[in-house]
Design a protein. Structure first.
Length: 161
């Protein structure tokens, strides 16, 4: 699944504009790719010139991510929002959940503990999912650990279409 908002555009005073994509190879290695424009990424991707830095695979896809734009401090950043009819929204939710299930390790009730261990370098870096209370999610966020709550309870990968 690819969302239209899957790029971040960092800017610095006097610096060239870059587009940063979150990418993943067919071996599930996630990494960032920095390009001078979306067209440059597309050109290199179509020619198999974008490689995974871990395994060298050129079978690479963009991951969904929130856009990032460096704004002057006087401007507050706005949330990226999506809306559509009920069928579109149901399809979008299903695709997000399917992607998360296929690309994360289920750690169950140990989610908060495991997320902290990963964040503090006490466990291997990897994408995980599991169950956490609202309080645990807020505590993780307060510690600077990025957490995304899935919109509905996930189904096991073997039950996906």
């Amino acid at each position: 699944m690819h969302l239209d908002s899957d790029l971040r555009v960092p800017r610095a005073t006097g610096a060239a504009q870059l587009v940063v994509y979150n990418l993943s190879c067919d071996n599930a290695h996630d990494f960032e790719g920095w390009f001078t424009s979306p067209e440059v990424f597309q050109h290199q991707h179509e020619r198999g010139q974008v490689f995974c830095p871990v395994c060298g695979s050129s079978s690479v896809a963009k991951l969904p991510s929130a856009p990032y734009v460096n704004l002057p401090r006087s401007q507050a950043a706005k949330e990226t929002a999506v809306t559509g009819g009920p069928a579109f929204m149901a399809s979008l939710r299903a695709k997000v959940i399917e992607y998360a299930l296929k690309h994360t390790e289920d750690v169950g009730e140990r989610f908060a503990e495991e997320a902290r261990q990963i964040h503090y370098g006490e466990a291997p870096e990897r994408a995980i999912r599991g169950q956490a209370s609202r309080q645990e999610v807020e505590e993780l966020r307060d510690e600077g650990i990025e957490v995304l709550a899935l919109p509905v309870a996930p189904v096991p990968p073997e039950q996906l279409h």
